[in-house]
Design a protein around this ligand. Structure first.
Ligand SMILES: CC(C)=CCNc1ncnc2c1ncn2[C@@H]1O[C@H](COP(=O)(O)O)[C@@H](O)[C@H]1O
Length: 348
C-alpha cells in the first residue's frame, strides 16, 4: 500500500464493485506464487506499480500477462481468490463483486469451466469460515479475444447464473480498450442482457471510444466501468452524458488506477468531480488493488482529500453504493441495516 490511511476510512463499511481478480493480488500472495514457480524468474517489481510511479496503458496490460503466468492452476486461483476476498474484508468491505476472465491452460488442465467453479469454491469457502463479507462474481469478457469467445463466455456465465445460487450475477466487458470494437461484441452482450445477466461495461476508458460508447449505451448496460472520456470537457459528448443520466447508469470510478495508468493527468482532474457534482451515482472502486498498490480505504481517503469531502459526504457515498449492487433487493436491505448498525462505531 502506498499511503497511511486514517482509521475512519478503514472502519467505514464499503462496497467494492470494480475489482479484477488477477489485478487485486497482494504482494504477500505474489510472494507465495513466486515461491511456487521459481523457474519463471518473476520478480516483485514486475507485478505492481508503486507510489509515484506511472505506466503507459500498454505497460499496465503487460503486468497482467506476468500475473497470469503466476496464476495458471486451479490451486493458484483458489489461493488467490481466498486471499483477495479476505484482504477486502480486512479493509472494511462488506459487499464485493469480484470479476475475472475465465482462462484455459492446456499445460495445467485448467478449463474455463473449472476456472469459474474454483472462484465460486473460494467464495463458498470464505462464507463457510464466516468471513464478514458478501461476495458475488461477474464473469469477464476480454475484448481482445473477439466475438466467438465472448459468446462462449456469455453461455458459460448464463449456466452459472442459473446454478450458483445467486453467486454469479453478471458480466464484465474489459481488456485493453485500444483492441477490437464493441460493435462486434454486441450480439454476445445482447444475449447476456436478454437472459438476465447484469452488465458492467468498461466504456470510454480512452479518448477514442465515443462511437463505441454511444452504441453500447443503447443496450443499456447496468453499470459503467471508468467512463473517463464520456463528458464533453474531455472530448465526449453531451448526448452520451444525457443517455447515462436518463438511464441512471452508475459509474465505477477508480482514482489511483486512472492516474497511474495515465488516462487522467492528476487526482484533481479525475472525472469523479464531474459526475459527483451532478449528483450522479458514482461508486469509488479499486480496479486492481495489487497492481496499483492501493486498497478501498485509501481510495475513499484520496477522494475526500482531493475533493474536500466531509466525513458525512464520504458516508453517503459508501451508503449510496448499496443501490448500485447487482444482488437483489433483500441483500440491499440487509446491507442498509448493516450500515445503520455500524454508523455509531464509525463516527465515535
Ligand atoms: C491498464 C490499466 C490502467 C488497467 C486498469 N484498467 C483496466 N481496463 C481494462 N481491463 C482491465 C483493467 N484492469 C484489469 N483489466 C482486465 O482484467 C484482467 C486481469 O484480471 P483477470 O485475469 O480477469 O482476473 C486483465 O487482463 C484485463 O483484461
Amino acid at each position: 500500500m502506498d499511503n497511511e490511511v486514517d482509521v475512519f476510512y478503514q472502519e467505514l463499511p464499503k462496497v467494492e464493485l470494480h475489482a479484477h481478480l488477477n489485478g487485486s493480488v497482494s504482494s504477500q500472495t505474489i510472494e507465495k506464487l513466486i515461491s511456487r514457480k521459481p523457474h519463471l524468474n518473476i520478480e516483485h517489481g514486475m507485478t505492481a506499480i508503486g507510489k509515484g510511479q506511472r505506466r503507459t496503458l500498454d505497460e499496465c496490460f503487460q503486468v497482467f500477462k506476468v500475473i497470469h503466468q503466476l496464476v495458471d492452476t486451479e490451486e493458484d486461483i483458489l489461493m488467490v481468490a481466498i486471499d483477495v476476498i479476505k484482504e477486502f474484508a480486512a479493509d472494511g468491505v462488506k459487499y464485493l463483486e469480484l470479476r475475472s476472465t475465465p482462462r484455459e491452460e492446456k499445460t495445467t488442465g485448467l478449463t474455463k469451466r473449472s476456472y469459474i467453479e474454483t472462484v465460486i469454491k473460494a467464495i463458498q469457502q470464505c462464507r463457510s469460515e464466516g468471513v464478514d463479507i458478501d461476495v458475488r462474481f461477474l464473469v469477464a469478457i476480454d475484448r481482445r479475444n473477439g466475438p466467438e469467445v465472448a459468446m462462449e463466455t456469455v453461455k458459460l456465465a448464463e449456466e452459472f447464473m442459473l446454478s450458483s445460487d445467486g453467486l454469479v450475477l453478471g458480466l464484465d466487458l474489459s481488456g485493453d480498450p485500444t483492441v477490437g470494437h464493441g460493435r462486434d461484441l454486441l450480439p454476445a452482450l445482447q444475449r447476456a442482457k436478454n437472459c438476465g445477466l447484469k452488465l458492467s461495461l468498461h466504456l470510454s476508458e480512452v479518448p477514442s471510444q465515443l462511437e463505441e460508447s454511444e452504441l453500447l449505451l443503447n443496450l443499456p448496460p447496468d453499470r459503467i466501468g471508468h467512463g473517463t472520456f464520456l463528458h464533453p470537457e474531455v472530448g465526449g459528448s453531451q448526448s452520451v452524458v444525457d443517455k447515462v443520466v436518463e438511464n441512471k447508469i452508475p459509474l465505477e470510478l477508480c482514482l489511483t488506477s486512472n492516474v497511474k495508468g495515465q488516462t487522467v493527468p492528476c487526482y484533481s482532474k479525475h472525472h469523479f468531480k464531474y459526475w459527483y457534482q451532478m449528483g450522479h451515482p458514482s461508486v469509488i472502486c479499486t480496479d486492481d488493488k495489487g497492481v496499483f498498490s492501493t486498497d478501498l480505504s485509501q481510495e475513499y481517503q484520496l477522494a475526500a482529500s482531493t475533493f474536500g469531502l466531509s466525513r458525512e459526504d464520504v458516508w453517503k457515498i459508501s451508503q449510496q453504493a448499496i443501490d448500485c449492487i447487482f444482488a437483489p433487493d433483500n441483500v440491499k436491505q440487509q446491507l442498509k441495516q448493516k450500515w445503520i448498525d455500524l454508523q455509531p462505531q464509525v463516527f465515535k
